[in-house]
Design a protein around this ligand. Structure first.
Ligand SMILES: *Cc1c(COP(=O)(O)O)cnc(C)c1O
Length: 380
C-alpha cells in the first residue's frame, strides 16, 4: 500500500526525481522588484517595499495594522512583550507546534503551560483551555488571571493554526476573554486561511505570520505582526525598529528597542509573492482534493479542513493506524526520495520544556505518533 502512495505522489508531481515537502515558487514580479530594489540602492532597513508589503498584507488579511519583522519567531516574541507577558508569568499553548512558539515564550522569561489540541483542527482545544481555566483560573481584582495552583499570572494564550488548518478561534477568544487573557495567534503557517470568512491572525489581540522559505509565501526570511489595535501597532513598529524617536537627523531612542526590522529587499520579494497568493491557494486546494480522493479510495485517513474553516492546506497530512505503521511509511517514502515527515516531537517532551505543567495530552500524543506530512508544494 505504501508503494501505491509513493507512486501517486510521483504522478501528482510528475517526476521520478527528489520531491521536497514544500518548495517556494517564483512566477511573478520577484525579479522585477528585486532589481528595482538594487537599482534604487535601498536594499536595507528603509525603502518603499517595506511600507507597501505591510499595507498589502493588512489589506489582504483585513488586519488594521501589519508590522513587518525579521522573522516569525521575532514577531511572536514582540507580540508577547506587547501583550505584557513578563518574567515569571505563564503562557498557555499547545505542545504540538514548531519549536519557535515555545522559544518565543521562553525569551520573555514566562513559563509554558501545555494544553491539548483537538483532533479535527490539530490546534489548541477551547475545551481543554476552558477546563484548565475552570479548575485553575482565578480572575483577581487587579484585572489579571492567576493560576490558583502556582500563584503565577497567566498573561497570554497562544493557539497555533497547525499546518494551515484554522483552530476554533472564536471559542478560544471567548473563553480567554472571560478570564481577561490576551490571545496571540501563531498564524505562521496559515496565511490565506480563514475561519467563518475572517483571516487567521486577526481574531486575537495580536497575531503573527511567517515568510520563511517553506511557508506559503516567502520573503527569504521574515515575519509580520498583525493587530487591530492602533496603539499596539504603533508600538510594534517603534520597538521593532530600535525605538528611534522620529527626527530628520538626530539619533535618539526612548526604549530598549529591537533590531527586528525586515530589510527592503526581503519585502520586495514578499510583495511579488503576495500578488500570486490566489494562484498558490488554488493550486494547493487542488493538490489537497486529489490527495483526499486518492486516500479515500485506499481507506487512509486524510486531514481535511475543519468545520467553518477555509484552509490554505500548507502541508497535507495523513493519519496512519499507529506509530509503527507511520514510521514504516516515513522510512519507505524518504528512502524513495519522496520527502515525508512526522509532526514535531511534542514540546513538553523536549528537555528544555519537560518541567513545565502539562495536562491531558491524549490528542497531541496521537497526532505526534500517527501523523505524516506529505509533499505539498504548489504545482505549476
Ligand atoms: C514557521 C513558524 C514560525 C516562525 O518561524 P520563522 O522561521 O522564525 O519565521 C512560528 N511558529 C510556527 C508554528 C511556524 O511553523
Amino acid at each position: 500500500m505504501y508503494s501505491d502512495i509513493i507512486r501517486f505522489i510521483r504522478e501528482l508531481y510528475g517526476t521520478n526525481g527528489f520531491i521536497p515537502l514544500h518548495e517556494p515558487r517564483f512566477i511573478g514580479n520577484e525579479k522585477k522588484y528585486l532589481n528595482e530594489c538594487i537599482d534604487s540602492s535601498y536594499v536595507s532597513s528603509v525603502g518603499k517595499f517595506v511600507d507597501l508589503f505591510e499595507q498589502k498584507i493588512a489589506g489582504y488579511t483585513g488586519a488594521r495594522n501589519a508590522v513587518v519583522c525579521v522573522n516569525g519567531t521575532a514577531a511572536l516574541h514582540m507580540a508577547l512583550m506587547l501583550c505584557g507577558v513578563k518574567q515569571g508569568d505563564e503562557v498557555l499553548t499547545q505542545p504540538l507546534t514548531f519549536i519557535a512558539t515555545a522559544n518565543a515564550i521562553s525569551y520573555t522569561g514566562a513559563q509554558l503551560v501545555f494544553l491539548d489540541v483537538d483532533l479535527d483542527t490539530m490546534g489548541l482545544s477551547p475545551v481543554s483551555v476552558r477546563q484548565f481555566l475552570e479548575e485553575y483560573g482565578d480572575l483577581r481584582n487587579d484585572g489579571f488571571c492567576y493560576n490558583k495552583k502556582t500563584g503565577r499570572r497567566i498573561s497570554a494564550c497562544i493557539p497555533m493554526h497547525t499546518f494551515g488548518h484554522p483552530v476554533k478561534i472564536e471559542e478560544l477568544v471567548k473563553v480567554c476573554n472571560k478570564y481577561n487573557i490576551p490571545v496571540v495567534e501563531d498564524a505562521a503557517e496559515s496565511l490565506g486561511s480563514t475561519y467563518k470568512g475572517k483571516h487567521t491572525g486577526t481574531f486575537g489581540k495580536m497575531g503573527i505570520l511567517s515568510f520563511n522559505g517553506n511557508k506559503i509565501i516567502t520573503t527569504g526570511g521574515g515575519g509580520m505582526i498583525l493587530t487591530n489595535d492602533e496603539e499596539l501597532g504603533r508600538r510594534a513598529k517603534h520597538l521593532t525598529t530600535q525605538a528611534k524617536i522620529p527626527h530628520p537627523w538626530e539619533y535618539a531612542h526612548d526604549y530598549i528597542g529591537y533590531n527586528y526590522r525586515m530589510p527592503n529587499i526581503n519585502a520586495a520579494l514578499g510583495l511579488a509573492q503576495l500578488e500570486d497568493i490566489e494562484v498558490f491557494l488554488n493550486s494547493k486546494r487542488e493538490v489537497a482534493n486529489k490527495y483526499r480522493n486518492f486516500f479515500n479510495s485506499i481507506s487512509v485517513e486524510f486531514v481535511s479542513e475543519p468545520e467553518h474553516a477555509f484552509s490554505n492546506y500548507w502541508l497535507n497530512c495523513i493519519i496512519l493506524s499507529d506509530k509503527t505503521e507511520r514510521d514504516k511509511f516515513l522510512e519507505l517514502s524518504n528512502k524513495n526520495k519522496v520527502t515525508t515527515r512526522p509532526a514535531w516531537r511534542l514540546m513538553n517532551e523536549l528537555k528544555m520544556f519537560k518541567n513545565f505543567q502539562a495536562f491531558n495530552l491524549i490528542n497531541s500524543t496521537a497526532l505526534s505518533d500517527r501523523l505524516a506530512n506529505i509533499p505539498s508544494s504548489v504545482r505549476i
